[in-house]
Write a protein that binds this ligand. Sequence first.
Ligand SMILES: *Cc1c(COP(=O)(O)O)cnc(C)c1O
Length: 462
Amino acid sequence: MDRKILLNEKDIPKRWYNLAADLPTPLQPPLGPDGKPITPDMLAPVFPMNIIEQEVSTERWIDIPEPILDILYRWRPAPLRRAVYLERFLKTPAKIYYKDESTSPPGSHKPNTAVAQAYYNKEFGIKKITTETGAGQWGSALAFACQLFDLKCKVYMVRISFDQKPFRKIMMETWGAKCVASPSNETEIGRKILKEMPDTPGALGIAISEAIEETVRDTTGKTRYSLGSVLNHVMLHQSIIGLEAKKQLEMVGVKKPDIVIGCAGGGSNFAGLAFPFVQDKINGENIEIIPVEPKACPTITRGEFAYDHGDTACMTPLLAMHTLGHAFVPEPIHAGGLRYHGMAPLVCQAVVEGLMNPKSYHQLKCYESAMIWAKTEGFICAPETSHAIAATIEEAIKAREEGKEKVIIFNYSGHGLMDLTGYDAYINGKLHDYELPEEALKKSTSVLDGLPKPSTEKSGKW
Ligand SMILES: *Cc1c(COP(=O)(O)O)cnc(C)c1O
């Protein structure tokens, strides 16, 4: 019984998988302010054209350029591990495997796309990339990638995290990036907000607006903006996780898993593991596929499938996705990466098709699961990852009750060594559960009323 299933470097996947090629109902196009589908040139001031081409591609397989692989080899192929200590503790006949994405230098799955995006920007002649970050996981991943490609990197970090979580900012600076608290004095929108609300804690929506403003005002055309989740090209870059996992499961004689699990904020680490298995499900395999989200931010379990903006300031095109409304402000749960109002359109279209069984949990249950994980497997997981572990434990207990030897695989999206204050709060009994009240949901989704509606048509196969 192997606890670590390791692929050789030469067996790393050489192509990414694009679910858009196989979805039974096609992905619905992003819309502009006039309600008409946007054209690639409308995105050109914000993203380089080679990334826009990937964003709209319906090719099933896309080659991974060698310079990207050359960087990924630092930690990829990532280990597939078997959680035998948790299995013993739960006395479950289930076999629990997890893909360990915490082994990257920044400590999560995010560099899989940060490296690819930095590469394509560099190829396109871009000199500087701007972005926003909440708790700092995405900012640190992009800083790492930009450093390796010799690109400048500017990160607008939400003020409250900037003040409360200095370590990720130090990581960004160590990798040569410039990190400022948002709202900042460096943009018009930042100055305007600071004038009106000098003590604001900031918000992701404001930070996005600042990062985009810095990009579009560079008249040399050498600056672009980068997003760490949600968009199609990000899901594509993350598919390497599931493609590796498939090969690794084969190595231990598993033809197919019964259950695939991942936590879902914008959807990228979940999609990365799950999409290659979604392809198998579309082709007839019986696999249960579970995205997990917080009850405090229940996008796919309670949100509307609608056209909505990706940001609070309504600067982005309208995306067909499950959403809580672009002005939604979630309660301050510790899983910062799961506090997003929307979800990747590719994940949502698969949910509409019935290919997935989304779940949501309270944060206390998730921390309880993280503590069991630390006690059995020994690793300290990210607060986001604990949602996937909670679902895994639930499924493993169900397998015990049913007496079934199921194969469960989940994505271990990151370690929690930069998030220990959340553990501290849990251990000292200071954490609370938040359930989004029905009234608040109604109010936050009312911003969708005047917007176009996507089709909810499905093939009816699942
Ligand atoms: C950012 C992050 C997430 C959530 O983002 P997705 O795009 O949904 O994957 C989950 N886990 C960790 C460790 C993260 O850093």
